[in-house]
Ligand binder design. Structure first.
Ligand SMILES: [Zn+2]
Ligand SMILES: [Zn+2]
Ligand SMILES: [Zn+2]
Length: 214
């Protein structure tokens, strides 16, 4: 049961990664809109991104709850996925079946709370803060835990204060957490947003200011 449950958590995390990338963001096509197999969910998700960047990480849809179409869209999608997965897993693993239900519920709890309490999000799921606030929003796909982003090389950290203590995204004793991070990152390193050296950046700004005055 426990093994199945843990395997189920890993599968659910991989699903977060794939569904977020290919269904919610869609595949880029040159000269055409992005392609998603579920266009309504993609539309909902991009509206979420626009709102979050305007509102410093908050999203009104979670304040309004089910009255808001995007909240309904997210909950219904999670219910469908959890329902199908739990039924499909049940015959060979009760643990995986349970993990599917838990993961869907946890996803909604974590994602909703993150956009109701941005400070909590920064401290608890910094990878999702990076997902929305980095200039490249096509990275950092996992929401509840960053596991699959490490595996796929898509955990892109913007700054040291938004780097989780370890790739499991779980609070652990500091020494163990450090050793674990070194071990995992020796195989699956996090990437960092390229920072322009500060002196150069401020020189560019000064130059731009001069030009705008002139
Ligand atoms: Zn997104
Ligand atoms: Zn493109
Ligand atoms: Zn979000």
């Amino acid at each position: 049961m426990l093994k199945g449950f843990i395997a189920g958590l890993a599968v659910a995390n991989a699903f977060e990664w794939f569904a977020h990338k290919y269904i919610l963001h869609g595949v880029h096509r040159s000269g055409q809109p992005r392609y998603s197999p579920v266009p309504r969910s993609m539309e909902s998700h991009w509206a979420h991104h626009r709102e979050v960047r305007k509102q410093e990480f908050a999203d009104e849809c979670y304040v309004q709850g089910f009255e808001h179409w995007r909240t309904r869209n997210e909950v219904m999608s999670l219910a469908v996925v959890a329902g199908v997965a739990s039924v499909a897993f049940y015959p060979f693993s009760k643990g995986m079946s349970l993990a599917a239900l838990y993961s869907a519920g946890n996803y909604y709890y974590v994602h909703r709370r993150a956009h109701l309490e941005p400070d909590w999000a920064k401290a608890s799921i910094p990878w999702h803060y990076d997902h929305h606030m980095n200039s490249n929003q096509d990275a950092n796909w996992c929401v509840t835990r960053p596991w699959f982003d490490y595996v796929m090389g898509t955990r892109v950290v913007s700054s040291a204060d938004l780097k989780e203590a370890n790739p499991l995204g779980i609070p652990l004793p500091a020494t163990f957490s450090k050793l674990l991070t070194q071990a995992i990152e020796s195989v699956f390193p996090a990437k960092w947003v390229e920072q322009k050296p500060k002196l150069l950046a401020s020189a560019v700004v000064e130059e731009a200011e001069k030009q705008s005055v002139a």
